[in-house]
Design a protein around this ligand. Structure first.
Ligand SMILES: N[C@@H](CCC(=O)N[C@@H](CS)C(=O)NCC(=O)O)C(=O)O
Length: 324
């Protein structure tokens, strides 16, 4: 191992982690990825929790060059930019553009990324819950979880826990699909004909947006929208330019399932877009939406998971066609 190597602690499918992988590749720094156990989070928990953060999360990096540990994706980008000034810049030199990059970064992390996590996981729960077992318990895959029935059951248990942690069952009531579409349409309008989110050069804002858009590709009522195609194409090209995967493991799993069954579409664009994705983040850190799993609210969660989450969904070829 190279002694100057940066170790990225990750859950590979996390879009916050992809943001860091794209940045490390773009900067040309030597790095290695270490997948963590999502439940135990051992390599993270031995580190003190950085100020202002409620829980240990990935991405986190350890830089062997100076034995520094940094957690949370935007602070990681700032650390890399300061520590490696000779590498391609993640932040523009112009103070106004720099402030705008920071503003958009926090906006994408706190709004778009959280919406994408909720809608993306919901889609996996509705179409291929067994994938959650593979993602979260993959390291135990040679044992009990290799059995198909067990894989599915464990996937639903993980889905239920995730639903409690992130309130997936409230997305419809909150108009999250509609709010996300409205936000993406505005973004697509702003980005039309532009190569970068801010100014004339690639920045941390582009890497962030490109990473955060990937998850929407499995959400039919968003992925299929003609008015968003140029935004998705821009993000794909940028990810490829920075060494990103063409198709991620979860996208492939969804593609495979859809070769056998029709996609699950929701009753989209029916409610008012009531939650806005431009939630201001305070200070330097993005806001997050994790809630406790094991509290009294868990009693109602099986109902929400089995009924509320599935209300208004139907299997059909094109999500943008009216739901029957
Ligand atoms: N604002 C954080 C968000 C990181 C985050 O929420 N990571 C998730 C994975 S997508 C996580 O580690 N979750 C662990 C947990 O919920 O306990 C960042 O930008 O890094």
């Amino acid at each position: 191992m190279n002694s100057t190597m940066i170790t990225l602690y990750e859950l590979h499918w996390s879009h916050y982690c992809e943001k860091i992988r794209l940045a490390l590749n773009y900067m040309g720094l030597p790095w290695q990825a270490v997948g963590i156990d999502a439940f135990r989070k051992e390599p993270l928990r031995v580190q003190p929790l950085p100020d202002g953060l409620p829980t240990h999360t990935v991405p986190a990096i350890h830089d062997a060059a100076n034995d520094r540990f940094v957690m949370d994706s935007t602070p990681i980008l700032h650390y890399l930019a300061v520590q490696y000034p000779a590498a391609p810049a993640l932040f523009p030199a112009d103070p106004l553009e720099r402030a705008e990059v920071q503003r958009r970064l926090l906006e994408f992390d706190s709004g778009l990324a959280i919406a994408m996590r909720r809608l993306g996981y919901t889609q996996v729960i509705l179409e291929c819950p067994g994938l959650l077992t593979e993602l979260f318990l993959g390291r135990y895959a040679n044992g009990l979880f290799a059995w198909r029935g067990m894989r599915r059951i464990a996937g639903h248990v993980i889905g239920l826990m995730l639903c409690k942690r992130f309130d997936f069952h409230r997305s419809r009531e909150l108009g999250l699909y509609e709010s996300t579409i409205a936000y993406l349409q505005e973004l697509a309008g702003q980005m039309h004909g532009l190569a970068y989110v801010v100014g004339q050069q690639l920045s941390a804002a582009d890497l962030t947006l490109a990473a955060m858009l990937r998850g929407f590709l499995i959400v039919p009522c968003i992925a299929e929208r003609p008015d968003l195609q140029h935004l998705f194409a821009w993000a794909r090209a940028l990810r490829l330019r920075c060494g990103g995967e063409t198709v991620s493991r979860y996208e492939q799993a969804v593609i495979d399932v859809r070769s056998r069954r029709l996609p699950v579409a929701g009753s989209c664009v029916r409610r008012a877009a009531r939650c806005h994705l431009r939630r201001p983040a305070t200070g330097e850190l993005a806001s997050n939406d994790q809630r406790p799993i094991w509290d009294r609210g868990m009693w109602l969660m099986p109902w929400h998971y089995l009924v509320t989450l599935r209300r208004g969904t139907v299997r059909q070829a094109l999500a943008v066609a009216p739901v029957a």
